[in-house]
Design a binder for this molecule. Structure first.
Ligand SMILES: [Zn+2]
Ligand SMILES: [Zn+2]
Length: 312
């Protein structure tokens, strides 16, 4: 059976919403001194792929983005020198694997942890992460949601006194020097009753190399980001919503024009992800990597070129 939208626990998204209490966080990373997000500009020179299936020699200045194979779910680790940012944690039961992976990279604390949205395939493993690592900042979509996993996560963040932030479109996240991280979604108002569309979408730029990380955001969010005039052009796209047909609309994919598309997806998942028409659209413009076929996918960049390596 093919389910067009929603994550594995979408049924728990009842009308009865629970306030996060902290959504109006005073710690939003809005810097008045920061330049606003640049308006759409001409396409930048594309970096070249200098190698495949082979990592660059490690240098402190490189940015490495790990797209972890956590089955059906998302987990992305950004590593820059000693600084680490984790985006999503995978499904319940995947937290230990993710924590071990992070520690094996030599990262013992995380500057940022980001829950793009509260579906359990994105935050299920978060209790382990919250337990195992000192965390500098916790970023959340701020969209109220009722589930035990989400409520327990909020309680643990509160108990550990981790600054809780709900940035909006145009805000910048101060992750690490030399790397720009902009929030493209959610906007100033939330989509009602659609958790996925309110996903935190991040644009991460290191010099000439840009990553666009979509969470489970879909076509509505894509259209709103573009309508608001944001430049979505990117070299590496973490495809929205596991390659669902509810995301990666034609106008959006042509605006992003990725060279590399990464789909985080589990083999034989109940949703039929990735959907064939989405794959076709992505394959026309980019090389597509999938965690179900390639295992963990790692992209390393020095800001002018990048290399991709795969586990399988
Ligand atoms: Zn998902
Ligand atoms: Zn979702």
């Amino acid at each position: 059976m093919i389910v067009a939208a929603g994550c594995s626990d979408s049924k728990t998204n009842t009308q009865e919403k629970v306030s996060t209490e902290k959504t109006a966080a005073s710690e939003q990373p809005t810097q008045s001194t920061e330049q606003p997000m640049p308006a759409p500009t001409a396409k930048q020179t594309n970096p070249t792929i200098i190698s495949q299936n082979k990592e660059l020699p490690s240098a402190g200045g490189n940015l490495t983005v790990h797209f972890l194979d956590v089955g059906q779910g998302d987990s992305i680790l950004l590593e820059h020198g000693d600084d680490g940012m984790l985006i999503y944690s995978g499904e319940i039961g995947k937290g230990d694997d993710v924590a071990t992976y992070i520690k094996n990279e030599g990262i013992m604390s995380l500057d940022y942890v980001i829950a793009t949205h509260p579906h359990s395939d994105h935050i299920g493993g978060m209790s382990v992460i919250l337990n195992d690592f000192p965390i500098g900042h916790f970023v959340d979509s701020g969209y109220a949601y009722s589930s035990k996993t989400y409520e327990n996560m909020l309680k643990a963040i509160d108990k550990k006194n981790i600054p809780f932030e709900t940035p909006k479109r145009g805000d910048k996240i101060n992750f690490t020097s030399g790397i720009d991280v902009y929030v493209l979604n959610p906007g100033s108002t939330y989509f009602t009753d659609d958790v996925n569309q309110n996903s935190v979408v991040l644009k991460v730029t290191d010099g000439k190399v840009t990553f666009l990380l979509m969470g489970d955001a879909g076509i509505q969010a894509e259209n709103e980001i573009m309508k608001d005039g944001y430049n979505v052009d990117a070299d590496i796209l973490k495809v929205g919503h596991h390659g669902s047909r509810t995301a990666s609309g034609t106008p959006f994919i042509s605006a992003v024009s990725p060279e590399i598309s990464v789909i985080e997806v589990g083999a034989g998942n109940d949703y039929g992800h990735p959907h064939q028409e989405t794959l076709d659209r992505l394959q026309k413009v980019s090389k597509v990597y999938r965690t179900d076929l390639d295992g963990t996918i790692t992209v390393t960049t020095d800001g002018s070129s990048y290399s991709v390596s795969t586990e399988k």
